[in-house]
Design a binder for this molecule. Structure first.
Ligand code: C2E
Ligand code: MG
Ligand code: MG
Ligand code: MG
Length: 280
């Protein structure tokens, strides 16, 4: 942007900037409407007990059913929702929807909900969670909350106390995307997690990078010492799954077992189905 670049460059730059800003404003307005008009949907992806192969529960993943653009994945609007504060009503919607849906599933199935660090700054988050449980009738033991490391970096003491409160009523806590952030192992010992979810980037490189095996096996050893379970995210092939089982991973999630699907397409028949138990 030097002077010699001339006036035209400034104009083009400014136009590109304002076009981007305009697109952002449009998206923000649309997202605001989407929340008000219930265009957000919660899809569910199963996670499995690696030892028995049984389905243990589902992770709730938000999608935006845009009237013109179709189904928009969360990577395209969560960051914006966080910047604008819209993540607060969005997150409450997902939490309530997930609890209500899970309340009708067989009672051995858990539901995992992602919470944004921004939601942690809301003074009433605990009340919001309790209300979602109360209104749905879901037992707190069936709710798992997934958070990323960023929650541990900021406001560590407050967030630690908050996590203890959640655990106090029986909610499980999972550390999501482990290995991608500023992971300091000290966080693992300092915070009361029940589960560590190893990021899918490690699973992706598992079959062609011997080092990934070493990393995963270290995480498993560490987690065991801390009395935490380990989930492998993004398991796509049975070869990966076999390797992960051999490495001692407790849970597995990924396209191999099922993609995220709308609630209407979730097949609840199977080993843990209500009808089978009733028949037994
Ligand atoms: P995440 O919580 O780590 O969720 C797992 C992501 O991995 C999901 O992407 C899922 O579709 C994808 N995935 C699962 N199995 C596989 C696999 O085998 N291969 C590959 N390549 N991908 C797999 P999705 O649904 O696009 O969500 C992306 C991220 O958006 C989530 O990552 C989470 O951080 C965020 N997110 C989604 N829903 C919510 C929400 O309700 N609230 C908040 N705060 N964040 C959310
Ligand atoms: Mg997650
Ligand atoms: Mg993850
Ligand atoms: Mg993530």
């Amino acid at each position: 942007r030097s002077k010699s670049a001339g006036r035209n460059c400034f104009t083009i730059y400014d136009e590109a900037m304002s076009a981007e800003l305009e697109a952002r404003n449009t998206l923000e307005g649309d997202l605001r409407d989407a929340i008000a008009r219930c265009q957000l949907e919660v899809h569910y992806q199963p996670f499995m007990d690696a030892g028995t192969g049984a389905r243990r529960g589902f992770e709730a993943l938000v999608r935006w059913r845009h009237p013109v653009r179709g189904l928009i994945p969360p990577d395209q609007f969560i960051a914006l929702a966080e910047e604008t504060g819209l993540i607060v009503p969005l997150g409450e919607f997902v939490l309530r929807r997930a609890c209500a849906d899970a309340a009708s599933w067989p009672s051995d199935l858990m539901v995992a909900v992602n919470l944004s660090p921004i939601q942690f700054k809301e003074a009433d988050l605990f009340d919001v969670i309790c209300a979602a449980l109360h209104d749905s009738g879901l037992s707190p033991q069936r709710l798992e909350i997934e958070i990323t490391e960023s929650v541990l970096l900021e406001r560590g003491a407050e967030n630690h106390a908050f996590m203890e409160r959640l655990k106090g009523i029986g909610i499980e806590l999972a550390l999501d995307d482990f290995g991608t952030g500023y992971s300091s192992l000290s966080y693992l010992t300092a915070f009361p997690f029940d589960k560590i979810k190893i990021d899918k980037s490690f699973i992706r490189s598992l079959t062609h990078q011997p080092r990934s095996s070493a990393i995963i096996s270290s995480i498993v050893t560490l987690a065991r010492g801390l009395d935490m379970a380990v989930t492998a995210e993004g398991v796509e092939t049975s070869e990966e799954f076999e390797r992960l089982k051999a490495l001692g991973v407790n849970f597995a999630q990924g396209y191999l077992f099922g993609r995220p699907r709308p609630i209407a397409e979730i097949e609840l028949d199977g080993p843990s189905s209500r009808s089978q138990r009733d028949a037994a």
